[in-house]
Design a protein around this ligand. Structure first.
Ligand code: XMP
Length: 319
C-alpha cells in the first residue's frame, strides 16, 4: 500500500524528531492499536523504546501468549511481561458495580505500569495507540452533556504524574487504516484483523462479581463461539463478537439429569468505529449450532441466548 508506506516513513521521521535521545515506554494491551504503535516506534528508535505488557489475567484464551510471542519471537522487540492476575482478581473480588470494576482496573493498571517504569529508570515519553475516534470521543465528551457512560480504561493521568510527554503516532488514523499500517509493518494477519477488545477485558463481560472460575468458563465459551464464526467465514464481516457470562443460573436437563448452571449471552455487531453498532444477523441454524456446542463443551453453562440490541440504545459491551 503506497499511502501507508509513505505514512510509515513520515511518522518514523516525526517520532525521531520528537523523541531525540529520550526514552519511551509503551503499554501493550493485547490489541491492534498499541501493537502497531509499538512496532512503528521501535522501527524509529530501536532500544530507546521499552514495551510493557501488564497482563491482568482477564484476556481471552491464548491472547497473552500471542502478544508475548509476537513481540519476542516475531519482532525480537524486548518486552516486559508483568503477570498481575493475582492483583487484579484479588482486587476485583466481591466488586460487582461496573464503574467500580473499571475504576479499580484502571488504577491498578497505572500503579503497576508506573512501578515497571521506575524499575527501568523512568522514561521521558509515554507511547499510546490513540486513534482519531478516541480523540473525537473525548472532545465530544467535554462539549456534550456531562454524563459518563463508561470510564474508559487508559493511562490518563500518568504522563503528568511521571512528568512524561505523549507519543501518539496513530492519532490521525481510523481503525481500518491502523490495520493497513499493521500489514505494512508485517504484523501477522491473525493479529491485525483481530476484533477490538476492551482494556478491562473479561471483567466487563461478567456482570456481577468476577472470579477466576467464571473467567475460565467464559474463556471457553468465547473460544467456541469465535471458532464457529471463523469456520463459517464470518469473522471479518463482524466488528466484534464475544460471549458474556451472566450471573443468573437456570434449570436445564441433560441426559436424565437436572442441571442448574449459568446463562451465556452471545453478542455480535457490525460497526465502523464502535460509536454506533448494528446487530449481526446470524442465520438461526448458526446460532443453534453454537448454543449446542457451548452447552455440550463448556461445563458451567446450560443455556445460551443472543443479544439483539443495537447501539444505541445498548452499548457494545454489557458494562
Ligand atoms: P461500548 O461498550 O461503549 O464500547 O459500546 C465501544 C467500543 O469500545 C470498546 N471498549 C473499550 N475499549 N477500553 C478500551 O480500550 C475500555 O475501557 C473500553 N470499554 C469499551 C468496546 O469493546 C467497543 O469496541
Amino acid at each position: 500500500d503506497w499511502s501507508m508506506a509513505e505514512f510509515r516513513a513520515t511518522k518514523i521521521a516525526e517520532i525521531r524528531a520528537q523523541v531525540g535521545e529520550g526514552r519511551v515506554i509503551c503499554g501493550l494491551s493485547g490489541g491492534v492499536d498499541s501493537a502497531v504503535a509499538a512496532v512503528l516506534i521501535h522501527e524509529a528508535i530501536g532500544d530507546q523504546l521499552t514495551c510493557v505488557f501488564v497482563d491482568h489475567g482477564l484476556m481471552r484464551l491464548g491472547e497473552a501468549e500471542q502478544v508475548v510471542s509476537l513481540f519476542r519471537g516475531h519482532y525480537n522487540i524486548p518486552l516486559v511481561h508483568v503477570d498481575a492476575s493475582e492483583t487484579f482478581l484479588g482486587g476485583l473480588a466481591g466488586v460487582s458495580d461496573p464503574e467500580a470494576k473499571r475504576k479499580f482496573i484502571g488504577k491498578a493498571f497505572i500503579d503497576l505500569f508506573e512501578g515497571e517504569a521506575k524499575k527501568i529508570g523512568g522514561a521521558d515519553f509515554l507511547a499510546q495507540g490513540t486513534l482519531y475516534p478516541d480523540v473525537i470521543e473525548s472532545v465530544s465528551f467535554t462539549g456534550g452533556p456531562s454524563v459518563t457512560i463508561k470510564s474508559h480504561h487508559n493511562v490518563g493521568g500518568l504522563p503528568e504524574r511521571m512528568n512524561m510527554q505523549l507519543v501518539e503516532p496513530l492519532r490521525e488514523l481510523f481503525k481500518d487504516e491502523v490495520r493497513a499500517l499493521g500489514r505494512e509493518l508485517g504484523l501477522p494477519e491473525v493479529f491485525v484483523g483481530r476484533h477490538p477488545f476492551p482494556g478491562p477485558g473479561l471483567a466487563i463481560r461478567i456482570p456481577g462479581a468476577v472470579t477466576r472460575e467464571k473467567c475460565d468458563i467464559l474463556r471457553k465459551a468465547d473460544a467456541v463461539y469465535l471458532d464457529e464464526i471463523r469456520k463459517a467465514g464470518l469473522y471479518d464481516a463482524i466488528w466484534q463478537a464475544f460471549a458474556v457470562l451472566l450471573p443468573v443460573k437456570t434449570v436445564g436437563v441433560m441426559g436424565d439429569g437436572r442441571t442448574y448452571d449459568h446463562v451465556c449471552a452471545l453478542r455480535a455487531v457490525t460497526s465502523t468505529d464502535g460509536m454506533t453498532a448494528d446487530v449481526y444477523p446470524f442465520e438461526s441454524a448458526f446460532l443453534s449450532a453454537v448454543a449446542t456446542r457451548i452447552v455440550n463443551e463448556v461445563q458451567g453453562i446450560n443455556r445460551v441466548v443472543y443479544d439483539y440490541t443495537s447501539k444505541p440504545p445498548g452499548t457494545i459491551e454489557w458494562e
